[in-house]
Write a protein that binds this ligand. Structure first.
Ligand code: ACO
Ligand code: ZN
Length: 437
C-alpha cells in the first residue's frame, strides 16, 4: 500500500530519515576487492551475543536495502530451529511505531550492536504521549481515582501493546496492512489476519465465515442517520448508545491505525461520523471521526481515521472540515483531542493554515483572533499557534497583532498544498445531539 510507506518516503526525500543510515562495509570485501577472511575472534564475538536481548540497539537492513538504527522490542524462536534461531521485533528509532516489524537475524548488523541502553530517556518520551482517555482508562483500571499519570501503568500499557497482534485485515475489496496493536478479545490472539464485514464491521477469523456472514448480513451502510450526501459521498451519524456493537467494532478496527489511543468501552458517550463512498453495492467506509456527546474541554473530535487505501486523497481534511461545520451549527468553538499523531498534526496544520489564510486574503482591514475563531469555530489557541508558526503574529503593547502582508500570504498559500475535499454545507442536514427521554 503506497500510502502506508509515504511518510517514510517523504522523510527520506528531505533527508531527515538518512541521519542514521549507513551501509556497513561487506566484512568479506577488503580494500581493492580483496577477500578478507573473517577472524575466528569476530565470529566468536558475534555468536556470544546471540540470541540478542530485548532492548538491544543495532543497525537493521530495511526494505530500501539501507541500514537504520533499531531497538529490539521482542524476540521469538523460529519453529524447528537451532538454539540461536530467533526472529526479532524491532522499532526503527527514527520512525513512527507503525513501521515496527519482525525481522530475521541476517538483516541485523551484529558489528553495530550497542551494549548500553538508556531506558530512562525512553521512559520520559513515552510518558508524554498519553491521551486523556488513556489516563482515564488507566486510572479506572489500575489507580482508581488518581488524577496523575502513573509511570508504572504506562510502562505496562507500552509493554502490552508493543507487538502488533493482527498483521492484515480484509475489509470490502481491500486487504490492508495494519499499523498498531489493537486489543481484540483473547480468542483472536492467534490470528494474523482478520476478515471484517465492511457494513456492520463484525470481524471473523476465516474467509468462509465472512462469506457466510455476507450472505446473511442485511446492512448496506453504517447503522444510523445519513446526515450528508453529496454526489457519491455520504456521512452517517451513529450513536454509540444505540449501536453499541457497531461502535465497539469500529473502535477495534480504528485502533489498528491509531497509536496512543485506548479503546473506548464506553462507546455510549460518543457519536461516530462515518464517511462512505457509495455505489450500487452499498456504502463503503472511507474513514470516520468520533465525537463526545458532551465535552467539557470543548473537544469537537476525539479520534479521526482515513483507512489507508483512501489516504492522501483529501478525505482527512474533509472529515476535519466536517467536524468544524458541526461545531458551527452548535454555536461553539472546537478543538481535536490531544495528543495528535504525526499524521493528525500534519492534517490539522494543513487545514488550519488554509482556512485562516483564505480568510486573511479576502478580508479588508484588521481582524482579531476572536473574530477568526467566531468565523471558523477553530479554538483561539489553535489559531494563535498556526499564525505564529506562519510568522504572521507580532506581540505589540501586550497584545497579539496579526500582520498579514499579501505577498507573505500568497507565499504561504502556495506552500499550503491542496485544500482537501470541500464540505457543501447546504447538503448537511443535522441538529446537535440532545439527550433523549
Ligand atoms: N505523509 C506526509 N504527509 C501526509 C501524509 C503522509 N503519509 N498523510 C497526510 N499527510 C498530510 C499532508 O499535508 C496532507 O495534505 P496534502 O496531501 O495536501 O499534502 C494532509 O496531511 C491531509 O491529507 P488528507 O488527504 O486530507 O488526509 P488523509 O485522508 O490522508 O487523512 C489522517 C489524514 C486522518 C490523519 C490519516 O493519516 C490517518 O487516518 N492516520 C492514522 C490515524 C491517525 O493518526 N489519526 C489522527 C490521530 S490524532 C486524533 O485522532 C485526534
Ligand atoms: Zn455484516
Amino acid at each position: 500500500m503506497g500510502s502506508l510507506d509515504s511518510p517514510r518516503e517523504r522523510e527520506r526525500e528531505n533527508g531527515n530519515g538518512n541521519g542514521g543510515c549507513r551501509s556497513p562495509g561487506d566484512p568479506k570485501l577488503g580494500d581493492g576487492g580483496m577477500i578478507v577472511v573473517e577472524s575466528e575472534a569476530m565470529k566468536k564475538r558475534r555468536a556470544s551475543m546471540l540470541p540478542l536481548e530485548v532492548g538491544t540497539r543495532v543497525m537493521c537492513r530495511w526494505r530500501d536495502s539501507k541500514y537504520h538504527p533499531v531497538k529490539v522490542i521482542e524476540r521469538r524462536k523460529m519453529p524447528s530451529a537451532g538454539p540461536n534461531d530467533y526472529e526479532y521485533y524491532v522499532h526503527y528509532t527514527e520512525f513512527n511505531r507503525r513501521l515496527d516489524e519482525w525481522v530475521k537475524l541476517e538483516q541485523l548488523d551484529l558489528d553495530s550492536v550497542e551494549t548500553v541502553v538508556d531506558e530512562k530517556v525512553e521512559d520520559k518520551v513515552t510518558s508524554l504521549k498519553m491521551t486523556r482517555h488513556q489516563k482515564r482508562k488507566i486510572d479506572e483500571t489500575h489507580v482508581e481515582g488518581h488524577e496523575e499519570l502513573d509511570a508504572a501503568s504506562l510502562r505496562e500499557h507500552e509493554e502490552f501493546t508493543k507487538v502488533k497482534n493482527i498483521a492484515t485485515i480484509e475489509l470490502g475489496r481491500y486487504e490492508i496492512e495494519t499499523w498498531y496493536f489493537s486489543p481484540f478479545p483473547p480468542e483472536y490472539n492467534d490470528c494474523v489476519k482478520l476478515y471484517f464485514c465492511e457494513f456492520c464491521l463484525n470481524f471473523m477469523k476465516r474467509k468462509e465465515q465472512l462469506q457466510r456472514h455476507m450472505r446473511k448480513c442485511d446492512l448496506k451502510h453504517p447503522p444510523g442517520d445519513e446526515i450528508y450526501r453529496c454526489g457519491t459521498l455520504s456521512m452517517f451519524e451513529v450513536d454509540g448508545k444505540k449501536n453499541k456493537v457497531y461502535g465497539q467494532n469500529l473502535c477495534y478496527l480504528a485502533k489498528l491505525f491509531l497509536d496512543h489511543k485506548t479503546l473506548y468501552y464506553d462507546v455510549d458517550l460518543f457519536l461516530f461520523y462515518v464517511l462512505c463512498e457509495c455505489d450500487d453495492r452499498g456504502c463503503h467506509m472511507v474513514g470516520y471521526f468520533s465525537k463526545e456527546k458532551h465535552s467539557e474541554e470543548s473537544y469537537n473530535l476525539a479520534c479521526i481515521l482515513t483507512l489507508p487505501p483512501y489516504q492522501r486523497k483529501g478525505y482527512g481534511k474533509f472529515l476535519i472540515a466536517f467536524s468544524y461545520e458541526l461545531s458551527k451549527k452548535e454555536g461553539k468553538v472546537g478543538t481535536p483531542e490531544r495528543p495528535l499523531s504525526d499524521l493528525g498534526l500534519l492534517s490539522y496544520r494543513g487545514y488550519w493554515t488554509r482556512v485562516l489564510l483564505d480568510i486573511l486574503k479576502k478580508h479588508k482591514g484588521n481582524i482579531s483572533i476572536k473574530e477568526l475563531s467566531d468565523m471558523t469555530a477553530i479554538k483561539a489557541e489553535d489559531i494563535l499557534a498556526t499564525l505564529q508558526s506562519l510568522e504572521l503574529i507580532q506581540y505589540r503593547k501586550g497584545q497579539h497583532v496579526i500582520c498579514a502582508d499579501p505577498k507573505v500570504l500568497d507565499r504561504h498559500l502556495k506552500a499550503a498544498g491542496r485544500g482537501g475535499l470541500e464540505v457543501d454545507v447546504s447538503k448537511l442536514i443535522w441538529t446537535p445531539y440532545k439527550e433523549q427521554g
